[in-house]
Design a protein around this ligand. Structure first.
Ligand code: HOZ
Length: 420
């Protein structure tokens, strides 16, 4: 039996001063029960909790840690920056280098603006799409999550799906009405949205591989249809690659599936584990942003030296070692090579979800048929055996380059034991 007494005591203390004891709802273990683990440190593929327990970590800070915890490349870059300053609120050379590198690896991002989180990136990209097109309506997909942007918290995934909050309080009705939510992977639903309101639609925003209702890949033709319909109706296509960028391929899902969106949002991996976000795309659209154009967006800590240095170190390492992606694919394939009875495994590269249903999971309707009570049992069973996965059926798991063959074997053995 796992001793988590110190985590439990910390959680009790936290609940008195932090709502729900956590700084983001997805950390609260509400989908699986019990008290969240308080983490003290991480190294490679492992995290260590406040009671000294060690776990193989498949959360990876919810995606950013493609190289595992404390990769030397990133830590060395951070050490150097600490000698120069943590924030200036003025331009620095490294910001230019990071923007240039992103633009080189993701060519659809002709110009890039750095922000502080994925939420800021999607919020700003959406405002830009509205400012550029002069239209107000956004099409999003049920179960997709684009951060806690007011108008995008409609039928959203991630914590909203886990907690069963369909539409959050605090979003004015008028904002929610600017969003049309349709089923992921449904070409007829998107066609119907355009047939009904095509001339009002500013943008379609999509996670090209959904990761916030668990991992749900796009079906053949889905992303192509989004590209065709947006083009035909004068709307913009926004790929939210906060999760998939530099994860499913070096150039993200747009490289993997060969689709060129108008705008892209990034976060997670491009900060190497520090807070960052970015949005970018066609130069004619990006030139509408202040100070060049009338769409205002700003930030005191945008492009801050620490996040930029960590991100640069990360992306330089990835572009110098593209073979990483084949290695990740091989390891992830091994992890998902055995499908337990009553389970559907969805996986794209190093992103995966074990859904507790024997039906294919292609959208939110099919994802939510999963047996979440059984998933909760599986979660705690793995935890007891030193394996830490996301505490919700509706989140993706992530493999890093730090995961070893041994880690995969331990995880597979634990999975087999559970189903035996
Ligand atoms: N996109 C992240 C997981 N779905 C969000 C993490 C969070 O909300 O804290």
């Amino acid at each position: 039996m796992l001793n988590t007494a110190r985590s439990e005591a910390l959680f009790k203390r936290a609940q008195a001063v932090i709502p729900g004891g956590v700084n983001s709802p997805v950390r609260a273990f509400r989908g699986v029960g019990g008290a969240p683990l308080f983490i003290e440190s991480g190294k490679g593929s492992r995290i260590f909790d406040a009671d000294g327990n060690s776990y193989i970590d498949y959360v990876g800070s919810w995606g950013p840690l493609l190289l595992g915890h404390r990769p030397p490349e990133v830590i060395d870059a951070l050490r150097q920056i600490l000698e120069t300053g943590t924030s200036f609120g003025a331009p620095t050379e490294r910001e230019v280098e990071l923007a240039e590198l992103i633009s080189k690896i993701v060519p659809s991002m002709e110009m890039v603006r750095l922000v502080n989180s994925g939420t800021e990136a999607t919020m700003s990209a959406l405002r830009l799409a509205r400012g550029f097109t002069g239209r107000d309506i956004t099409v999003k997909f049920e179960g997709c999550y684009h951060g806690h942007v007011d108008s995008l918290l409609v039928k959203a995934g991630s914590g909203m799906a886990t907690l069963g909050i369909a539409d959050t309080a605090g979003v004015p009705q008028a904002f929610a009405e600017t969003t049309m939510a349709v089923p992921f992977n449904s070409i007829p639903a998107v066609e119907a949205a355009f047939a009904a309101r095509g001339s009002e639609i500013a943008a379609v925003i999509v996670e090209p591989v959904a990761g916030n209702m668990g991992c749900v890949p796009p079906q053949p033709g889905f992303l192509e249809t989004l590209r065709r319909l947006t083009e035909r109706h004068g709307a913009l296509l926004i790929f939210d690659e906060v999760m998939t960028g530099f994860r499913v391929a070096l150039g993200g899902a747009q490289q993997l599936y060969g689709i060129k969106p108008d705008l892209t949002t990034l976060g997670k991996i491009i900060g190497g584990g520090l807070p960052i976000g970015a949005y970018g795309g066609r130069a004619d659209i990006m030139r509408k942003i202040a100070p060049l154009g009338p769409v205002y967006q700003a930030g005191t800590l945008s492009g801050n030296p620490l996040a930029v240095a960590a991100g640069l170190a990360m992306l330089r390492h990835l572009s110098a070692h593209p073979e990483i992606y084949a290695a990740l694919e091989a390891r992830a394939a091994r992890l998902s090579s055995w499908t337990p009875p009553g389970v559907t495994i969805n996986r794209v590269g190093s992103m995966f979800t074990f859904f507790f249903t024997d039906h294919p999971v292609t959208d939110w309707e099919s994802a939510k048929k999963s047996d979440t009570a059984r998933f909760a049992k599986f979660f705690h069973f793995l935890l007891e055996r030193g394996v830490y996965v996301a505490p919700s059926q509706f989140e993706a798991g992530f493999i890093s380059t730090a995961h070893t063959e041994d880690d995969i074997r331990i995880t597979t053995d634990a999975t087999r034991e559970f189903f035996a």
